[in-house]
Write a protein that binds this ligand. Sequence first.
Ligand code: DSN
Length: 403
Amino acid sequence: MNNSIKKYLKEETKRQKEHFELIASENFVNDDILELQGSILTNKYAEGYPGKRYYGGCEYVDKIEQLAIDNAKKLFSAEHANVQPHSGSQANAAAYLAFLNPGDKILGMSLNSGGHLTHGYHISFSGIYYKSFTYEVSEKNLMLDYSEILEVAKKIKPKLIIAGASSYSREIDFFRFRKICDEVNAYLMVDMAHIAGLVAAKIHSSPVPYADVITSTTHKTLRGPRSGLILTKEKYRDKVDKAVFPGTQGGPLMHVIAAKAQAFIDAQKSSFVEYQKQVVNNSSAMADEFMKSNCFVTTNGTDNHLFLVDVKKSFGLTGKFVENALEKINITLNKNGLPFDVERPFITSGIRIGTPAMTTKGFTEEEFRQVARIIIDVCRNFNSKKILNKSKNNILKLLKKKE
Ligand code: DSN
């Protein structure tokens, strides 16, 4: 291995070990997933689908991909699964290609309200190739207001509505979205990338009965390899499969598909359900600790694996400042725009906190509450070297407990 790459890998390994990881979209995979992603399956070209490939020698990768498909369908009770998307964004690109023509109208949650770039943001392909419109969370309580969304949908008349978010901490009512889509004759696409693990564990209601097409990543709460997934109804199977290959991708990454198969199998175990329950309990305990200390948590709490803290209102700081200050005491998280935020996306008034990764490491409510208190202490005393040193030592001590 090249010495520089080897050195950086070692340094990143150390960083991951010595930081309390609170980025809501990250997780730690198990050794099986790592082994499969690093396996000789990476050598194989397999354009096409099991039994219908454009290359020879696919007898074993066919079996692996079929295992992934069967287990994804079983895990989510879906009629059809396409396990080839390389990522969540690729899955979204393929879903649009399957259901839309260029220039068609789409309606998604705005980036500031919690949506994703690929839900129609003007500099993403989704906002360039399609005519995109947004709905917001309600100004009253910063939650989705389905009557307001219906009004927007009636005005816009989109061909497809996107439900799903990257930074929304409340349960999403997919049945209400279905009703809105039926009223305006739109397709319903659900991007469940963030909550896929919760849906698999039946802690968040499932979009499967209601959505025409569901996209996801497999590496966030689902705790599989870094990749994507599409679920759909049998009647849309052909157009979705064609939109993935050859529509938006070439050869599938068979080493990653093998790791996805393993992740879908792992997610059917009772230990996975227990893990997801702990993720949500930790998130809710941590949000509660912030609120007990008079900090502003968006929507006053959380139903899922993440929540947002308004650091401007709580401490008079920006998200960028807090992200940097916490990095110095070995806490990793990201600045995050808040609904109706007046700060630019690179500055922001908020931070996003997620519990999936450190729950995987075995931390529970009391430890997450302790980390919340450390964050609050640092935000209130960012000039105190003494507090910063003490906080960093406490984080390192906590991490040592689960080594
Ligand atoms: N939206 C990013 C996140 O949630 O971190 C991933 O695409």
